[in-house]
Design a protein around this ligand. Structure first.
Ligand SMILES: Nc1nc2c(ncn2[C@@H]2O[C@H](COP(=O)(O)OP(=O)(O)OP(=O)(O)O)[C@@H](O)[C@H]2O)c(=O)[nH]1
Ligand SMILES: [Mg+2]
Length: 465
């Protein structure tokens, strides 16, 4: 194949990938009106659907080699590397026509970049972010982060670590890792998972994203004896196993970056092996744009599944409430009818007007009292139906098969959604308006996105590689 042919094939593959991404975006948009009807919190808003370009996030201990890795991949000295804690900023390194540095407010203020919703973490964070545009061969971004330090973790009442850095560092890492296409977690021989902040971040921020996690034990050239390596590796596995509760840990890449000290190791022969691993890691990082397609499709699958689960529980709660509400209103109408008929009968029989008045007043009072009683009862019913225990019963009723089969994905969707579902239902009840529900045809439409359209998109995405 000559170069023109290969360029044409590459171009057509790119446009196929673009088509898959656009189709995902259209399908996602089609979910938003239903999401809005159900309180707007089941899936993330379309204005916060991630960055325009794919990106790789680097997190880990200070001095573990994050910035050096970026310089190595980009073959340029972009980030400052040093032995003491060096970076105190989140740096987005993006490809651009020319070299240009911008500050945090510029980065966050640019709606095209996709970092706008970082604003919620406050001005201190914004002033600890920056953008470096560099003329590079990459078609994705790299996000360098401040190294984690061994300060005691300081939690506020909501459980957020706010005081050490002046902003919620784990919250920011969670925000960035949820939207990232690859998350690289760096450790080094000195601190193989023993830094308090690293464990805190791992535990609270990186759970559920292990599919895009690349764990790296860097600076392996610093092991002078095989025992040192065994001890550090064992300690890292042990620490990780506490926060990634799976039988099969994600792979750990042991590598080293070119460095003045490389040659001093007595394990110098093994360094060639470490170089292979380093190349393998770089290869993985280069896959970020392809991972973006997978992540976008996975996100669409996840959001559609979430909306189906949300809708089914929502319908269950609303229908139970509406049933009770109808029965109350029927009873009130029945009593009004009986009162009206009694009054009419007395009137027809020309009974003493005093008695008629008494019957009329009595029936109005009793219907009023019944109405008041029902309102209190319905209010209690709303509280009961939206308690977490009742929502759990609704979940078990509406997803009996999945619960029976021990479907962990559905269980995790429920775990993630129950608190937001609870507050959305409470708000809806409090608004006092007509309670919305999801029709059978809307549910079928969602199911067909899961069963037909997403598998098709996955096939298209595979073909475009
Ligand atoms: N021996 C050795 N040194 C390395 C390796 N990778 C990085 N270094 C050195 O380790 C020091 C810290 O590297 P950085 O890249 O600044 O580490 P960092 O993770 O960005 O650190 P912070 O920005 O403080 O979080 C520098 O002096 C690097 O030259 C490696 O594989 N082997
Ligand atoms: Mg750094």
């Amino acid at each position: 194949m000559d170069s023109q042919d290969s360029e044409a094939t590459l171009g057509s593959k790119r446009s196929e990938s673009q088509e898959v991404l656009e189709q995902c975006s259209r399908l996602y948009d089609s979910l938003t009106s239903l999401n809005d009807r159900l309180g707007g919190v089941a899936i993330s808003s379309p204005t916060d659907r991630g960055t325009k370009l794919p990106y790789v996030l680097l997190v880990g201990n200070h001095s573990s080699g994050k910035s050096s890795f970026i310089n190595y991949v980009l073959k340029r000295n972009i980030q400052t590397a040093g032995v003491a804690p060096t970076d105190d900023k989140f740096t987005v390194i993006a490809p651009g026509a020319e070299d240009k540095d911008s500050d945090g407010p510029t980065l966050v203020g640019d709606p095209d970049m996709g970092f706008a919703s970082l604003r919620r973490f406050g001005p201190t964070l914004i002033h600890h972010t920056q953008l470096k545009q560099r003329d590079s061969h990459l078609d994705f971004m790299l996000v360098d982060s401040p190294g984690m330090i061994d300060a005691p973790v300081n939690l506020n009442q909501k459980g957020n670590n706010v005081m050490d850095r002046g902003y919620d560092f784990p919250g920011v890492v969670r925000w960035l890792s949820q939207r990232a296409d690859i998350v690289m977690l760096f450790f080094d021989p000195d601190k193989p998972g023993t830094t308090g902040e690293t464990m805190d971040v791992l535990l609270r921020c990186l759970s559920g994203i292990d599919h895009k996690l690349i764990i790296i034990l860097n600076k392996a050239d610093q092991f002078y004896k095989i025992h040192d390596f065994a001890r550090a590796y064992g300690s890292l596995c042990w620490n990780l196993s506490k926060v990634i509760p799976r039988k099969d840990l994600p792979p750990i890449y042991t590598m080293s970056l070119p460095n003045d000290q490389n040659q001093t190791s007595t394990l110098a022969e093994s360094l060639r092996d470490l170089e292979h691993t380093r190349d393998e890691v770089v290869q993985q990082v280069m896959q970020a744009p392809k991972r973006r397609i997978d992540n976008v499709i996975t996100n669409l699958f996840d959001s559609t599944s979430m909306l189906i689960l949300y809708s089914k529980i929502w319908n269950d709660v609303v229908s139970r409430f509406v049933r009770e509400w109808r029965s109350c209103r029927l009873q009130e109408a029945g009593w009004s009818l009986v009162g009206g008929a009694g009054f009419g009968g007395l009137n027809y029989l020309a009974i003493d007007p005093m008695i008629q008045g008494g019957v009329f007043g009595g029936s109005i009072l009793s219907v009023g009292a019944l109405f008041w009683y029902h309102q209190t009862y319905l209010q209690r019913m709303q509280d009961d139906l939206t308690s977490l225990e009742a929502l759990s019963s609704s979940f078990q009723r509406t997803h009996a098969l999945q619960v029976h089969d021990g479907d962990e994905f559905t269980a995790s969707l429920y775990q993630r959604s129950r608190v937001s579902l609870q507050s959305a239902l409470k708000n809806e009840f409090a608004s006092g308006g007509k309670l919305p529900t999801v029709s059978e045809s809307e549910l079928q439409r969602l199911q067909s996105i899961l069963d037909d359209e997403i598998p098709l998109l996955r096939r298209l995405a595979n073909d475009s590689r």
